[in-house]
Design a protein around this ligand. Structure first.
Ligand SMILES: *Cc1c(COP(=O)(O)O)cnc(C)c1O
Length: 369
């Protein structure tokens, strides 16, 4: 690291190292740059972190979610239960296939969807539930799977923020009918842009491979109507290099979080559920008091921070009712989290001096109000 101790610490610091650059150049020089052997190898290697499930690479995490819902035949008239406290992509994928998101509240400790709220939101039109492993912490998948099986509802995991997270030793992306990962630069690993769908269902995997490539397995022998959501071999080569580093980076994120847990006293540090392997895509505290003032204090101390997410999805313009107001959702924990959360830097390349500065500046926010 060439950063001096006085340089501002960004909220995230994506890695594009020499190995990533060499891998991309190698594929570019080969002249075979679109979906090919690198994508196939990336899929095989990614399977190792999702209990050997079938893996289908696509061009983004949003595409992964959208294609999965399409492949499951979810569309107009169907409801999908999803948390409102997430990135808009979770609900956008539902709306893009013509289905309706039904917003359920979160558990205050984990920031993830509350199984009791799912149970209360089930209707005869419920086609699926989409838990989001927010900030890198697994949702309560043991309870959610039991509930979904009892009601005959499919589960699609939004694992965009949770590569390598696990509950009682089982990795996310290996619980539901399908799991969807993102390889956007700020995620725990990236391929510039990219996504991966994981499933134990060989039939669904084949449908998804068709859907991402115009409905073709053999060229010009189109079997169904499909899209172009292919990942390039250049992106896959970068993703493969990143994947080899994921375990080490996850360990470092967890170690960084442990330091912050032990040092931060001015805010509520993120609780971890029993049996959960949290991979700290974000290290998210709750601020007691004026969050804007806290963020301004951090900024003055050279510590970047971010609010994920200041506006819950149900309050975003495309999700308002015809009258321009939020629907009749009852989401008190979602509203509270949106008002209180603040994510601090936790990325793996933080130095010990930077961690010190983050903890001290965060504790200084108590005096800033
Ligand atoms: C990033 C993200 C997505 C979308 O992934 P993209 O690769 O950016 O399309 C979906 N859901 C969640 C929770 C995310 O954080």
């Amino acid at each position: 690291m060439t950063n001096s101790s006085q340089d501002p610490i960004p909220p995230a610091r994506p890695v594009i190292g020499e190995r990533e650059i060499e891998a991309a150049v190698r594929v570019l020089r080969s002249g075979m740059v679109v979906q090919g052997p690198e994508v196939a190898a990336f899929e095989q290697e990614f399977a190792e972190i999702v209990d050997g499930r079938h893996c289908v690479a696509v061009n983004s995490g949003t595409s992964a979610l959208q294609l999965t819902l399409l492949g499951m035949g979810i569309g107009p008239g169907d409801e999908v239960i999803v948390p409102s406290f997430s990135f808009a992509a979770s609900a956008n994928a539902i709306r893009l296939v013509g289905a309706s998101p039904v917003f359920a509240d979160i558990e205050p400790a984990s920031f993830c969807i509350d199984p009791d709220a799912i149970a209360a939101a089930i209707t005869p039109r419920t086609a699926a539930v989409m838990p989001v492993h927010l900030y890198g912490q697994p949702a309560a998948m043991d309870r959610i799977m039991e509930l979904a099986q009892r009601h005959g509802i499919a589960v699609v995991e939004d694992a965009a923020q949770a590569h390598g997270a696990a509950l009682h030793g089982k990795p996310v992306g290996a619980f539901g009918l399908a799991g969807c990962f993102s390889f956007y630069p700020t995620k725990n690993m990236h391929s510039l842009e990219g996504g991966m769908i994981t499933t134990a269902d060989a039939g669904l995997a084949r449908t998804l491979r068709l859907l991402r490539n115009q409905g073709m397995e053999q060229r010009y022998a189109n079997e169904i109507v499909g899209a172009n959501m292919r990942l390039t071999d250049v992106a896959a080569a970068i993703g493969r290099v990143q994947l080899t580093q994921l375990a080490g980076w996850t360990e470092q994120r967890r170690a960084n979080a442990k330091v912050l847990d032990s040092r931060i006293t001015a805010c509520t540090v993120p609780p971890v559920a029993d049996g959960a392997q949290h991979v700290y895509h974000q290290y998210t505290v709750r601020v007691r008091g004026d969050r804007d003032a806290a963020q301004a204090h951090l900024k003055a101390q050279g510590v970047g921070s971010a609010v994920y997410y200041p506006t819950p999805i149900h309050r975003l313009k495309p999700y308002l009712g015809a009258d321009g107001r939020p629907g009749p959702w009852d989401l008190p924990e979602t509203e509270r989290a949106a008002a209180e959360v603040l994510s601090l830097p936790v990325f793996p390349t933080l130095t010990p001096a930077e961690l010190d500065r983050i903890a001290e500046a965060t504790n200084g926010t108590a005096g800033a109000r």
